[in-house]
Design a protein. Structure first.
Length: 191
């Protein structure tokens, strides 16, 4: 199991998405399927300025996946970045809030200065699978002065097709990270 999406039969190791592509992600998990009431809560957290909900979501991540995080040997937590213009408009990055809270709960350091958006992209929710991949091409970078560690944990709010996490993982691996794991609040069931 790589992404944690539900599979139709127990003997299936990978979901249809993971079977179709080679992944830069080592493994990951999500708390819930992206459907009501979870999807509404995530959107209110993200777009309704419910920043305090980050502590609740991160608390669930720590409770449900704390042992898994230790087994993965995570050395640093990295939030998926927003482009500075989107961050300015929204006022915060929900992934940074989740990462900071999870760091506080697990004692694993968070680095929100390592991964950054090089260029502005259109919101992923408006695109299909191929559009999402193309939209994120050359969208991320890693600061040069960072000395990569072996195992990192990427934090994002929603896993739909995995395009954002895949692109983020690819640049982290290019910088020298060996294993990129992820946690999200919710996961879609495919486009």
């Amino acid at each position: 199991m790589r992404c944690g999406k539900p599979v139709r039969r127990r003997e299936q190791e990978y979901c249809p998405d993971c079977r179709q592509t080679d992944s830069e992600l080592t493994q990951g998990r999500s708390l819930w399927l992206h459907r009501e009431p979870v999807s509404g809560a995530v959107y209110r957290f993200k777009y309704g300025n419910r920043r305090a909900w980050g502590r609740i979501f991160a608390g669930e991540m720590a409770r449900v996946y704390g042992d898994q995080i230790r087994r993965w040997g995570i050395e640093v937590i990295i939030p998926v970045p927003l482009h500075r213009s989107r961050r300015r408009k929204r006022g915060f990055n929900q992934s940074e809030i989740l990462a900071a809270e999870l760091s506080r709960m697990t004692g694993i350091p968070v680095r929100d200065d390592v991964l950054f958006r090089i260029r502005k992209t259109v919101p992923q929710k408006k695109l299909g699978r191929e559009g999402r991949k193309a939209n994120l091409k050359n969208a991320f970078g890693v600061i040069r002065r960072w000395k990569p560690c072996r195992n990192v944990l990427l934090i994002d709010d929603i896993y739909t097709t995995g395009s954002t996490l895949e692109r983020s993982a690819a640049v982290l691996k290019k910088a020298g990270v060996q294993n990129v794991y992820f946690l999200t609040i919710s996961i879609g069931q495919g486009l």
